[in-house]
Ligand binder design. Structure first.
Ligand SMILES: Cc1cc2nc3c(=O)[nH]c(=O)nc-3n(C[C@H](O)[C@H](O)[C@H](O)COP(=O)(O)O)c2cc1C
Length: 193
């Protein structure tokens, strides 16, 4: 079974990115895949302290929910990350998780140990986001952050699904194609079609 991990980065439960993520995960579900979604706002994930406690071991010394999430991040075959835009970036819940992956950065680049545990299979990831406003560059800083995080985790960036002009809780439900697009993007991620 191929593992699909969904990560919900919004602090607003059942908000716009939650709804999109749910569809994308439904699209990725199939006979060959097992799916799981984690809700970052329900976990305890402290920000990186830059204490260098991971520098010799690749293991973070902070004992919280990242400890099991590291394993999930190393085992997955497909990742679907969702986060709305908060002040032109990903949410702080999402960024805290990303920064805590400094320990995996050490594992890979300092200790030169294998990071992905799925035995040489290509790992692929999708990024889902929404924002209230519509400037042309709205998603660019978040995409840059996600791309470098994926690269660190040996996850190929399969693309993004982003919707500007989405603000009120549930506004995405009034979008003519968004949920269908999310379903299709999830399916495409795991089947290539
Ligand atoms: C703290 C905060 C910061 C935000 N910053 C931005 C922003 O920089 N640009 C933008 O277009 N929308 C911004 N928004 C609006 C959210 O992106 C928007 O409400 C989105 O639909 C929330 O998605 P969710 O329902 O998945 O949480 C911000 C919202 C909050 C609460």
């Amino acid at each position: 079974m191929l593992k699909v991990l969904g990560i919900a980065g919004s602090p607003r439960r059942d908000g716009n990115t939650d709804l999109l993520l749910k569809e994308a995960i439904a699209g990725a579900a199939g006979e060959n895949t097992q799916t799981k979604t984690v809700i970052l706002s329900e976990l305890s994930i402290a920000p990186c302290r830059h204490c260098d406690g991971c520098l010799n071991t690749g293991k973070c010394v902070v004992d919280d929910d990242m400890q099991w999430l590291y394993t999930e991040l190393r085992e997955l075959d497909y990742l679907i990350l969702s986060s709305p835009i908060f002040f032109m970036g990903v949410t702080s819940q999402t960024k805290a998780m990303i920064d805590r992956c400094q320990a995996l950065w050490v594992l890979k680049y300092v200790l030169k140990l294998p990071l992905a545990l799925n035995l040489n299979r290509e790992r692929k990831g999708l990024f889902i986001s929404v924002g209230a406003t519509k400037p042309a560059e709205l998603f660019q800083p978040a995409i840059a952050t996600v791309k470098i995080w994926f690269k660190t985790l040996d996850i190929s960036y399969a693309g993004e699904l982003v919707f500007p002009g989405i603000d009120a809780k549930g506004a995405i439900l009034s979008h003519p194609t968004a949920l269908k697009e999310a379903l299709a993007a999830g399916r495409r991620l795991v089947t290539g079609q």
